[in-house]
Design a protein around this ligand. Sequence first.
Ligand code: XMP
Length: 518
Amino acid sequence: MSTHDRLLIIDFGSQVTQLIARRLRELNVYCEIHPYQNVDDAFLTSFAPKAIIFSGGPDSVTRAGSPRPPANAFTLGVPILGICYGQQVMMQELGGLVESGHGTAEFGRAKVTESGTKLPLLDGWFTNGPEQVWMSHGDHVSRLAPGFEVYGTSPGAPFAITADVARNFFAVQFHPEVHHTPRGAQLYKNFVTLAGFTGDWSMASYREEAIAKIRAQVGDKKVICGLSGGVDSSVAAVLIHEAIGDQLTCVFVDHGLLRLNEAEEVVKMFRDTYNIPLIHADEAELFLGELDGVSDPETKRKIIGRLFIDVFQKYAGEIEGAEYLAQGTLYPDVIESVSFSGGPSVTIKSHHNVGGLPEKMGLKLVEPLRELFKDEVRALGRELGLPASFISRHPFPGPGLAIRCPGEITREKLDILRKADAVYLDQIRKHGLYDDIWQAFAAILPMRTVGVMGDGRTYDYALGLRAVTSVDGMTADYYPFTHDFLGETATRIINEVRGINRVFYDCTSKPPGTIELE
Ligand code: XMP
């Protein structure tokens, strides 16, 4: 358990609860999100928060049986901030009144005007008149609970900002965690300051604590880590290696579907730079053999998934006495799996990682990143000295180039694709666009087209280029390259890569498309 000051976010199901945690982590405050169903009086006592935030949520407090916080949240003597549904539930529980609709629903931007006296929560607010905030509510507070006063109003929310200063209870109708509330971060800063947080959560301290925790958990036992070449598993491996040295062995399954020089780079970096014992499972023959003649996307994925588990198990089985399997599980995966809706994880990872392996192999899990968000993993990677170019890499799917080669996969096509993809990414890097793009890659299309080069006719493959912006891979927009960039890139690819004589750029967003072609 963390030794930091802790803030508890009780989740009532808002779409943006994770953003509250992001804002707080940016302030170096350690916080955890827990769905309201899991937070009872005993949990609160053991968690011992220094402050509590009630998130927003889709329900109506006027509905019997709607979510409530545990009663002793209000008697712990710690500051509480209620947001949207969190405000309403606070008022209702403390003796105020909440009503539905009546023409005062507000969605989107609204202006809040200051009223009453100065509130420390609002330091830095209203310096230039009314503040823009983002509202999303059907219900509204119509009578304050005893002890509360109004400090800000909007046209649809007469009680937009309220507080019981004596008890340090604050309640706002809008969402300070979203970007459309430009001074929201300041409000969170004021809240944690008045709650006495010192900003003691940093990557340097996290690194030390995580190392101590891994040592305590693992003792003198051995750990296996499946290395994919991606950021999460790499950071996990380097951290664990720092904690337990040669008790860690990494297994890198090379399915022959990696990008140009990728396998060599991964092996070199982990074996030579980090001195981590690494098994390079070069199983390209096996994977490509079984994929021979297969063109159905789902069948490809199933074959790769099955072989991956077999191969991993085979190599891991050679490491005598291993008791732990390391995984790069992140905090969003953890939240997702205990989420408000209780839904199964539908995130990117579910497609590929070694799901089911720990049970199958009788291994216990080491998950040193499970308290971190993706950008915090990157910060930890920097702290551990991983090269910047490695840390900012675009995501790469588990099935690799197999799903960027629609139709049948052949070695010839894979070779052409690797070269063309490398030229495309080189172009993106040279133009300084790599970090603006979530993911960019080439795909070799299952068709040949006619062209003319020099005095001759060509009949070669067509290449598709894809580049998207995204926040989490769940939705995406195509990247608006300039025509000059696209023209130059197409020319370079056709000049430098034999086997391609035509280049297309994919302008489909997701939805309706997906990011990968298969
Ligand atoms: P799609 O194509 O579903 O991709 O829009 C969304 C994100 O997920 C990645 N992706 C995968 N990652 N194993 C993975 O590890 C997979 O099977 C897989 N399929 C898609 C994709 O690269 C994008 O970032």
